[in-house]
Design a protein around this ligand. Structure first.
Ligand SMILES: Nc1ncnc2c1ncn2[C@@H]1O[C@H](COP(=O)(O)OP(=O)(O)OP(=O)(O)O)[C@@H](O)[C@H]1O
Ligand SMILES: [Mg+2]
Length: 302
């Protein structure tokens, strides 16, 4: 539904430092119905990319293509189909929560009965309904994130673009946000959110886009990324006596329980040996790296 094609962004910053290339030939696409995590370290260029997609800043070269069928043709249509939660959202401090949400809904021309329904539904779900009568300047950071999330959903967008939505939330808040993202996806919406916490992305997303110092290093399924970096090993956990028979890469898990790392190619022979020697096989799983380990590997060019 949205495609970034060969995006370059050079900031002509201060005289002392000279121009800074924040994005270099970045291309990736966001398909309808996908859940995509946008990963990158601090300064990798995530916010810059998101601002370019939304048209808040202009790329130096390259183009953003919006699919006509899902996103419409005019900028107005594109914006009406995007729900956006910025990295540092601004809220009118003297408005009460309800006044702010009503204003946001009105700006998006949401019919009043639908607006009322959606405010009720999402503020309850994001547990901010109790505070809608209070002025926003009395909200905590987590409460601001919650009302920001609600406001991004009021016009029933097709795609949610969120820039570090989980930062500043406590563990309970993070969990709730991730659950709501999954529910919103189950309703048919596309999710694109940036983070530098790999585990958060892994929980919510099937796909990932990884930026490293302004360059794209991966776009695709998380499972493919993990498989491409996997080390063709299996981990077998067995229970039984005489564990000294293993001359393998072994770690003892308990008195009688051992975890053994074996090559994929030898797994049939090894399993037969285990059964012959009356070991109980508790599990056998591919010894894949986690997404966190894979991303760390990519970043360190291992
Ligand atoms: N307006 C600007 N003028 C000059 N340089 C900028 C500007 N905006 C961003 N940059 C630079 O571009 C690079 C990418 O910044 P960006 O904010 O996109 O990173 P990010 O991946 O969102 O990082 P974070 O995880 O810290 O939010 C950084 O080196 C930043 O200093
Ligand atoms: Mg950022």
């Amino acid at each position: 539904m949205i495609e970034c094609r060969n995006i370059n962004k050079v900031f002509k910053s201060d005289i002392l430092e000279g121009p800074h290339q924040a994005l270099e030939d970045v291309s990736f696409s966001i398909g309808e119905g996908e859940t995509i995590g946008f990963l990158g370290a601090n300064g990798a260029g995530k916010t810059t990319t998101i601002k370019i997609i939304l048209g808040f800043i202009k790329q130096t070269s390259g183009e953003i293509k919006f699919d006509l069928k899902s996103m419409g043709s005019s900028r107005m249509e594109h914006m009406s189909r995007i729900g956006y939660l910025p990295e540092r959202p601004y809220f009118y401090p003297h408005l009460k929560g309800m006044e702010f949400l009503t204003l946001m809904g009105n700006l998006s021309q949401v019919q009043s009965h639908l607006l009322k329904e959606r405010i009720q539904k999402w503020s309850k779900r994001l547990q901010i309904d109790h505070a809608l009568g209070k002025p926003i300047n009395s909200y905590s950071k987590g409460m601001l994130q919650r009302i920001g999330f609600v406001s991004a959903l009021l016009h029933d967008p097709k795609i949610l673009i969120m820039d570090e939505p989980l930062s500043g939330l406590d563990p309970v808040g993070r969990k709730e946000f991730k659950e709501v993202m999954q529910e919103v996806h189950a309703e048919g919406k596309t999710i694109f959110f940036s983070s530098h916490i790999v585990g958060d992305v892994e929980e919510v997303c099937r796909n990932v886009v990884v930026l490293e110092k302004g360059k794209l290093v991966y776009q695709g399924l998380i499972s493919d990324l993990i498989a491409s970096q996997s080390n063709s090993k299996y981990r077998v956990v067995v229970r039984g006596e005489h564990q000294e028979v293993f001359d393998k890469n072994v770690s003892l898990l308990g008195d009688m329980t051992t975890s053994i790392s074996i090559e994929k190619s030898e797994k049939e022979i090894f399993l037969k040996q285990l059964l012959d020697q009356k070991f109980e096989i508790l599990s056998m799983t591919p010894d894949n790296l986690s997404l966190e380990e894979v991303v760390y590997k990519i970043r360190n060019h291992e």
